[in-house]
Design a protein around this ligand. Sequence first.
Ligand SMILES: [Ca+2]
Ligand SMILES: [Ca+2]
Length: 240
Amino acid sequence: MKKFTIFITLACVVMITPMALAQNWQPAGDNWIAKWWGLDLVTETGGFNTSAGIDYLAEGSGGLISNASVSTRDGAGKTANAIVNLPDNGGALAWSIVDINVADQLNMSTSHGHPDARDITWHGIIAIISPDERTTTMHPAHDDYAQIWINGEQVYDNSAWTGGAQEVTTPTEINLKQGENFLHFKCGESGGADYVNLHFEATDTDLLIAPTTDNLFLDILTPVEPQGKLATQWADLKRK
Ligand SMILES: [Ca+2]
Ligand SMILES: [Ca+2]
């Protein structure tokens, strides 16, 4: 009985411990975040002011996802099955791992294989796993109009380009909860330079960022019902 109890305890520890330890998380702290879970570029937007007023995700998915919802576990998970269909703005757009060159003034274009696009909108998501509840500061760079959502709430709305791919004009205080947080970065471009970039504080080195450096995103998100499932299994074991 004692051995059995120890076995069950170990089994539960293994099951409950987030897959955190085994993953190649992107570094946080004040490192620019290079990998995003990104949507193909929305095209022919008519410019950043028009783009900022349109929820392309909701429009193109029939409401399955939205700008706000993809900054939650539920909405981020639904991107697995959400083609964003925008016949007048690029067609059937899909999600994939997107690498940005964090030093490139045209990284919205180049991250999707274009030399220098205009009238486009870029969408990218990251998961941020925090060991605790905290208030910290995010540092976004963008050209042109950036809008950012965290955990279902819009936290940033800035139509003015910041002046360089690593220039930040508006550091913004944010709240993170313990465990998984999601951030959605939307940026609309009219012409000229087009870039997105983001980092946290130098003291935030204990945050874990996904996609991982080996390109995992959806596969490493916390299962939607881990608590209930574990509780059921535990009850089954006790009955036996
Ligand atoms: Ca621009
Ligand atoms: Ca451009």
